[in-house]
Ligand binder design. Sequence first.
Ligand code: HAM
Length: 418
Amino acid sequence: MRSEFQRPRGTQDILPPASYRMEQIRRIAIDTAAKFGYDLIETPIFEQTPVFLRVGESTDIVQHERYSFTDAGGVDLTLRPEGTAAIARAYVEHGMFNQPQPVRMCYYGPMFRRERPQALRYRQHTQFGAELYGSSQPEADAEIILLACDVVEQVGLKNPLIRLNSIGCSQCRPSYRKSLIEYYQGRHQELCEDCQTRIHTNPLRLLDCKIDVEIRQQAPDIQDYWCEDCRAHYQQLTTLLTEAGRQVIRDPFLVRGLDYYTRTVFEIGHPSLGNQTALFGGGRYDGLATTLDGPEVTPAVGFGMGIERILSAVEENFPLPLKRSVYVAHLPGFEDAAFVLAENLRQQGFSAESDLLHRSLKAQLRDANRRSTVVVIVGGKEWEQGQVAVKRLGESEQLTIHQDQLSEFLRQELTPNP
Ligand code: HAM
């Protein structure tokens, strides 16, 4: 039935069993991050708008994908489109730069971008992310990438291929930028409408245009412009990742859509998602916290991972925890007894449910078959004699046991085999 009340465009309701898979992925991600020493941090899902303006005024998520509103007190607020700026704000606000460095943090939660809805691109999506503050060494970049790869592997997506690039620093990027603009201006007529604007607003992003892919083939390559420090940083990072057993390729067109990056940028895809859809992406952003009133030098590196995309890539292969529960069915007239027994069992720690529709025993058993591992039947003279009937899912045999043996019986039936 189609009602006029629909979820907002570009959002989704995550129904069972996908909702349970998502919850498992969340746990795996947070546990894996803990293994690397990352602490969980939660920030509000909205911030004062200027926090996100620091992501870069020419980026899509700031320019035209923002969900911004003015609250009743006249404060300009924005639903977070990403986590990095919010974490940077928290790092500065709580004076974390005074703590022993590096500071390692991870986060999980919804992000909001008014994107054009398409497959795996939502207006509300969920990110797991990690940010490392206080080290400018390539080891920090490597650790972040290894953590992201580990999460991806823990959920069952093996051998991730890391696409890596360095977009240089304030020393070397300006001369690259100049050459890039010159090259693209020479081919101005051939460019798509967006790229004709990008030349002036954000020339590096000309390289990741999905339309002008032919033109970029002859574009200058940033690696020919890297300063010595950027080159050494990139080389050491690839060495570390390779020595740690990871597959890395350099992608000269990888520039990322956010303005705060310096040097390292990376992404990982998955064959099932097509080659334009990243499972996660990130990079180094040494200047962001400074623009949010942090110390002058605040090296940082991190990644964000799209949980809906992970969910789509793992699909049904991702095992769900086995549901082991009891269904307390009743004979006519024993509804109360079944209801109370189910509650007693829950109080003892079992997962138990009873019929709430006063259905026939046959209908209850059909329901139980769908939902539970063991059925307990309450009623008749067995009940009067302190007994219940029990039935294992999928078996026709029915046993009669004493009510005071029920817990022990269920414990044995419902405990997973080692
Ligand atoms: P991002 O590449 O914009 O980076 O997003 C990170 C990941 O979130 C993407 O790789 C993708 O998996 C997922 N994602 C982004 N937008 C959507 C969407 N509309 N629908 C579904 N999934 C989406 C950042 O957000 C940076 N904050 C990452 C970072 C952290 N850089 C440094 N630290």
